[in-house]
Design a protein around this ligand. Structure first.
Ligand SMILES: O=C1O[C@H](COP(=O)(O)O)[C@@H](O)[C@H](O)[C@H]1O
Length: 223
């Protein structure tokens, strides 16, 4: 794992948007299409605001989430709604969204369809992950019912229920995340930095982020 520390979060978000854009452009030099997976939650919005305005051939880019909460887009907890509002706008409106949610009672009802939509864009070109202060990343949560499968299995997508998560989740598996050509984690604040430091010595069952740290660049700013 490489760690880049920034003097402030605003600068970090802008620099990270530049890094992601240049890695997408690089992938497009040798491939017809590039794929970019991004987190939801509260952290990545400012990155999306910069990235969506970058001049690149977005019509050849597939965008997806690293994980989704099983809620409709009308919910303020929908990561897909965040993507539509802040990344798939401006120049990036030309990108293609690979959905991780479909209208159904439970993620298991649509898992096979969603996985079929994901398969053609693997391996992912660029992955950006977030991390919670509880050391979860994507929707790989300690204590989740399918964590073992998501950490060690071959399935690209896993449905997940976790004690701390208010709704079912769907997540890219560690296999998919670790097969990506480029991988980044973005975190803000002293609490998450301490969690990241702690995670490095722990088993992924207890600190799931530990499963995706190898060859990953972590970007951190205190505030
Ligand atoms: O629930 C989620 O949480 C993590 C971390 O979110 P943040 O609000 O602490 O930035 C996020 O990376 C993940 O995509 C999301 O579904």
């Amino acid at each position: 794992m490489d760690l880049i520390e920034y003097p402030d979060a605003e600068l970090m978000m802008m620099r990270l948007a530049d890094v992601l854009a240049s890695q997408i452009k690089q992938a497009l030099l040798t491939q017809d299409r590039a794929s970019l997976a991004v987190p939801g939650g509260t952290t990545p919005g400012p990155i999306f605001d910069t990235l969506c305005a970058v001049d690149l051939d977005w019509s050849r880019v597939d965008v997806l989430l690293t994980d989704e909460r099983w809620v409709p887009e009308t919910s303020d907890r929908s990561n897909t709604a965040l993507l539509r509002r802040r990344l798939l706008v401006n120049r990036a409106a030309a990108a293609r969204l690979i959905p991780l949610y479909a209208d159904a009672q439970a993620p298991e009802d649509r898992l096979a369809d969603l996985a079929a939509g994901l398969e053609p864009v693997l391996p992912l070109s660029v992955v950006l992950l977030g991390m919670g202060a509880d050391m979860h990343t994507a929707s790989l949560f300690a204590g989740a019912d399918q964590l073992e499968l998501a950490l060690t299995g071959d399935a690209p997508l896993v449905a997940m229920r976790a004690p701390g998560a208010p709704e079912p989740r769907i997540t890219l598996s560690a296999a998919v995340l670790n097969a990506a050509m480029r991988r980044h984690i973005v975190i803000v604040g002293a609490e998450k930095r301490a969690a990241l430091d702690q995670a490095q010595g722990l088993d992924p069952q207890d600190a799931p982020v530990a499963a995706v740290l190898k060859d990953t660049t972590v970007h951190w700013a205190e505030a």
